[in-house]
Design a protein around this ligand. Structure first.
Ligand code: ATR
Length: 265
């Protein structure tokens, strides 16, 4: 499909942004849907973000944009309306520009993880979950797992104070979910989720001692490269079902497309 003067524009903003994969996913999607749109990357530094967004508001043919590091929090403050998930996280990863120029944001990181579980046949409701890590991704996942109605969420993190802070925030938003902080122990959970960066490199330490891993515990990682992290390989060797990092992204794509207002999504 040729880019013409009628083509609607979508963006992905970041600093750096050259590594962003969204254009490689969304442009073929537009083609498949027969949607006359194009997604391009905008490299915007943090200091220039308010000016760039003020300009974006004025562009009628710019329909929305995805937000990557480091802009998710600053972009939250530049939106006119933000959905529940983005409001809880005080960070957005998708923004739609409404017809009147209003900017409507939300965050789909955690919702993507939960949708990915469900797409893989794993219903989080009533599960006992051990989450490893307490960073930005963990925060999004903790809130979405709590929203999905897990029975118990145990948070284990290298720096315990970060786990305590995340546990308190999760309890604050979802008082009915039992949230605890503990050391990472493999035994006795329905689902274990690694949200730490341990596993990106082959010589990284394991985020959990795998010796006590056993079915029916399911082990999930949000790391996408390598697809089979050492943790997942060891879990599989012990007979556990594994859930890959790509599910979180794959399942987030339709949610992002709908937020951007892509017709037919
Ligand atoms: P992201 O936004 O991708 O979640 P982050 O906010 O930097 O990244 O969070 C990284 C998480 O991985 C944190 O929970 C971090 O633990 P600390 O709070 O102690 O920093 C965890 N992490 C990073 N490297 C780790 C390692 N080698 N072993 C265990 N945990 C690690």
């Amino acid at each position: 499909m040729a880019v013409t003067a009628q083509t609607l524009i979508y963006g992905v903003i970041g600093d750096p942004v050259a590594q962003a994969r969204s254009p490689l996913i969304f442009n073929p999607m537009f083609e498949r849907l027969g949607h006359d749109g194009v997604m391009v990357a905008f490299h915007i530094t943090p200091g220039a973000l308010p000016r760039a967004i003020a300009g974006f508001r004025a562009i009628e043919s710019l329909k929305g944009w995805l937000v990557t590091v480091p802009h998710k929090v600053q972009m939250f403050h530049l939106c006119d309306q933000v959905g529940d998930s983005g409001t809880r996280l005080q960070a957005v990863n998708a923004v739609r520009r409404a017809a009147d120029g209003q900017l409507i944001g939300d965050n789909y990181d955690g919702l993507g993880f939960v949708a990915g579980l469900r797409g893989d046949g794993i219903e989080p409701r009533d599960l006992d979950v051990l989450m490893l890590g307490a960073g930005g991704a963990a925060r999004a996942i903790a809130f979405s797992l709590a929203e999905a109605g897990v029975r118990r969420l145990v948070i284990a993190n290298r720096t315990r104070a970060n786990a305590e802070a995340l546990a308190a925030a999760t309890r604050g938003h979802f008082p009915s979910v039992a949230v605890e902080v503990a050391d990472a122990r493999a035994a006795g959970h329905d689902l274990i989720v690694n949200t730490t960066s341990a596993g990106l490199k082959p010589d990284d330490p394991l985020p959990l001692d795998p010796t006590a891993l056993a079915p029916p515990t399911i082990v999930a990682d949000i790391i996408m490269k390598p697809e089979t992290t050492r943790l997942l390989a060891l879990a599989r060797e012990r007979g556990c079902r594994v859930h890959f990092g790509r599910h979180m992204l794959d399942s987030q794509i339709p949610l992002l497309a709908r937020h951007l207002g892509v017709p037919g999504t």
